[in-house]
Design a protein around this ligand. Structure first.
Ligand code: NAP
Length: 491
């Protein structure tokens, strides 16, 4: 039987202990990591718990005193080396993602490259963290601003992008001069620990970059209550984001929250329908629909709804489902069996309330031997009160709604507490402006099904989060703006 280590070109990237203060630290308690594609056992990872969190934060606090003062050129060199090592080992990092999370290997490697882009961008951008000289109202004074690193940052990350959600936070944090403690999701710790091994090789001083695995509640409480921690960076569900925000409030810590979404994917009656159908497939089925920016409500203007459904159906019937390691597979498994049950419950609920299942509509676990769900297309008419319209589907299920007017489309698209990504397909320039301005979302893709890149701001409004990752904004997020007033300048 081929083990995970056999699949790696560099088996030393397979780590199962936490990385604290430059050392690999084990624990008596371990938790199992299994592959959702075939349910095979991959590894037993040490749970270092609250005690591990405390020692990682102590180490990060000590390390910050030096790292935060290191020349940005020196910091950028090390961050850049980390980026280069990530790309050099992209095959192995992709293999780890496919094994523990399930997405197809090509997509997994794409995630590694995408995530590395934030590290590279941040190494460059940190050199441009300028202050400004300011006008002052008092005679004989001068004023200026400086940007300084926030301090110790903790990052709590989800399983759906096991690599990129770490690099998207840690690249800018480290380049800005912060020290970091990462807690990855228990489903996908191996990607995080491999990134720690590459950070070790890149030459970060001990304690600057730490990865700890284990009980979320215990670790989260230590992280949010420690005086040494100045910022909590979190990507995950809105529910946990709110909890962490409440916990961080006592210490008035800065929070950066990338939370859940309920993306409307709007197709107006003047749209290029082939491009729109391609867009639905790209947005909906990446990572088997398990992304925060996945099309969640496909809203077609009534006149073109049938033509759109026909095009989407054609494309969906060609999608290949299977193990992420099998060539040609476009849809891998869901993260675990509970996810399959949750997605199926949404589909059955919609069906029971009158929605039509046009393609798929059931689990594929028995045929494929893992936590698979069939790519599914549902026609939900104009029923926006269905659970499937109001919760994150997080699975390969496309639900199409028909709406007549532009005003109604905007109203319904905004009728959610979430505000992460929205998509609009139209060729009418007036509509481009009306819709992109009227949609209450942090990002709007117009005739474009993907919105994230290292150069651009990624983040949500309303209950989808606070703060932005990417571009200059992503680096500024990890700095404090200090004002200095100098008096006594005049003789
Ligand atoms: P989740 O359940 O919120 O978990 C995310 C992370 O938080 C995990 O590491 C989890 O560890 C940890 N956690 C849970 N409870 C905690 C606590 N009390 N204290 C400290 N840490 C705690 O989310 P998920 O299911 O992994 O990921 C899916 C969600 O992430 C979706 O809602 C998706 O939209 C969102 N997401 C958002 C973005 C974005 O950029 N906006 C990107 C990707 C994903 P345990 O599992 O051990 O509890």
């Amino acid at each position: 039987m081929t083990t995970l280590a056999d699949r790696l070109k560099d088996a030393d990237l397979l780590k199962t202990d936490s990385f604290i203060n430059g050392q690999w630290v084990g624990a008596d308690t371990r938790f199992a990591v299994n592959s959702p594609g075939d349910r095979s056992h991959l590894a037993d990872v040490a749970d270092v718990g609250g005690a591990g969190a405390r020692s990682a934060i102590d180490a990060a606090d000590k390390a910050f005193k030096g790292w935060g003062k290191t020349s940005v050129f020196e910091r950028a060199r090390i961050v850049q080396r980390w980026h280069d090592l990530i790309l050099e080992h992209a095959d192995d990092l992709g293999t780890l993602i496919t094994a523990e999370m399930g997405k197809p290997f090509g997509e997994a490697k794409g995630e590694v490259t995408y995530g590395a882009g934030f590290v590279n961008w941040s190494a460059e951008e940190a050199k441009r963290l300028h202050g400004e000289t300011l006008q002052t109202p008092f005679p004989g004074t001068r004023g200026w601003t400086v940007r300084q690193p926030v301090g110790v940052v903790v990052c709590i990350t989800p399983w759906n992008f096991p690599s990129a959600m770490i690099t998207r936070k840690c690249g800018p944090a480290l380049a800005a001069g912060c020290s970091v403690v990462v807690k990855p999701a228990p489903e996908t710790p191996l990607s995080a620990l491999a990134l720690a091994e590459l950070a070790r090789r890149a030459g970060f001083p001990d304690g600057v970059f730490n990865v700890i695995c284990g009980d979320a509640k215990a670790i989260g409480e230590v992280m949010t209550s420690s005086d040494a921690v100045r910022m909590v960076g979190f990507t995950g569900s809105t529910e946990v984001g709110k909890l962490l925000m409440r916990q961080a409030a006592d210490g008035v810590k800065r929070v950066s929250l990338e939370l859940g979404g309920n993306a409307p994917f709007i197709i107006m009656d003047d749209a290029d329908l082939d491009a729109a159908a391609d867009g639905v497939i790209a947005s909906k089925f990446r990572a088997a629909g398990q992304t925060c920016v996945s099309a969640n409500r496909i809203i077609a203007q009534a006149g073109i709804a049938d033509a759109l459904i026909e095009r989407v159906t054609e494309r969906m019937k060609k999608l290949k489902v299977g193990s992420g390691f099998e060539s040609g597979v476009q849809i891998g498994p869901l993260i675990h069996d509970e996810a399959v049950e949750r997605v199926d419950a949404l589909v059955q609920d919609a069906k029971g309330k009158g929605a039509k299942v046009l393609v798929g509509g059931s689990p594929m676990a028995d045929e494929l031997g893992g936590s698979f769900y069939a790519p599914t297309l549902i026609e939900s008419g104009s029923n926006f009160s269905l659970s499937i319209a109001n919760s994150e589907i997080f699975g390969p299920v496309a639900s199409v709604y028909r709406v007549e007017s532009e005003e109604e489309i905007i109203r319904l698209a905004n009728s959610t507490p979430y505000g992460l990504a929205a998509y609009v397909y139209t060729r009418d320039i007036g509509r481009v402006h009306r819709l992109s301005e009227g949609l209450e979302f942090g990002m709007v893709g117009v005739n474009a099904p993907m919105v994230g890149s290292p150069a651009t701001p990624f983040g949500g409004v309303k209950e989808s989060g606070i703060g932005r990752e990417g571009g200059k904004w992503g680096v500024e997020e990890f700095t404090e703006l200090k004002f200095v007033l100098l008096g006594g300048v005049n003789k």
